[in-house]
Write a protein that binds this ligand. Sequence first.
Ligand code: FAD
Length: 280
Amino acid sequence: MPEIIVKPSNLKELWEMLPGLPASRRYLAGGTDIVTANNAGAESSVCWIDISGLPELAVIKETAGSLFIGSGVKISEIERSKAAARWCPALTAAIPHFASPSLRNMATLGGNAANSSPCADGVCALVAEGACALLALRGKKRRLPLKDLFLGPKRTALKKDEVILGFEIPKRPRAGAYLKLGPRAYFGISKAAVAVTAEISGGVVKRVCVALGSVAPVPLHAARTSAWLVNKKLSAETIAGASDLVKAEVSPITDARSGADYRREMCGVLLERALKSLAE
Ligand SMILES: Cc1cc2nc3c(=O)[nH]c(=O)nc-3n(C[C@H](O)[C@H](O)[C@H](O)COP(=O)(O)OP(=O)(O)OC[C@H]3O[C@@H](n4cnc5c(N)ncnc54)[C@H](O)[C@@H]3O)c2cc1C
């Protein structure tokens, strides 16, 4: 465990506190990733900054054009949110696949994103929602498309001490799906996952976003497959075409959980199933 744990009560106090803290420091939110890493000997910071009490990160709020989900909101709170259910169809579909009910009472979306695992279910769904990440460092704020936050496994575009404030999701009526293939139906890390949101009018795809988990170094925005689907009738031929295309867009590896070839095939199968469910 770290030598020091500090707990600011708001963002202003956090920025004031930073200069006096050891250089080796990390944020602690729900602790489900960082404590696990610490227990495995993979985390050795001298100081943890407990941001779980920051009120600025704990809100879900709607504006005219977007829904803001604070980075510190627990996954189980998102599960209960009517606004999230209305505006985040892929995220809503992903939540039952996210760990277990007890883990969802602790884990946050901010930790899911900052941990930058290619198999993170919450952020894969959020990429399909077209979310932006709102970031802050000593009062300076910036906004980044979420897909651009991830640089590789455990590597993000976050600067030292930069905090993810939350995620902005555009409020657009659309359908969504999240399909995850794991070692069992629930409670497992995915071998492959597909998240899709789509606006379909008269059977024609007007806008679509496909994202995939566990099949690339980052939660992947399948830009080519998404662009190809736009303005096409969501017919059996279109779905088969998208399923072929997505297999060429992913770059899975073979590891203890699955083989690369199997994962690639399953991306096609999962996308086909997801698009069929949206076409119905
Ligand atoms: C048994 C088990 C099962 C799991 N199953 C799943 C699963 O099915 N799907 C899935 O996606 N994940 C799963 N996870 C992983 C984990 O629960 C998630 O990644 C979770 O969302 C992490 O959030 P947290 O609040 O616990 O993060 P923490 O552990 O507190 O932090 C994780 C990292 O993010 C940084 N951080 C946290 N918040 C911020 C912020 N606001 N700004 C900047 N940096 C921040 C921390 O410094 C740390 O580096 C599982 C974990 C365990 C232990």
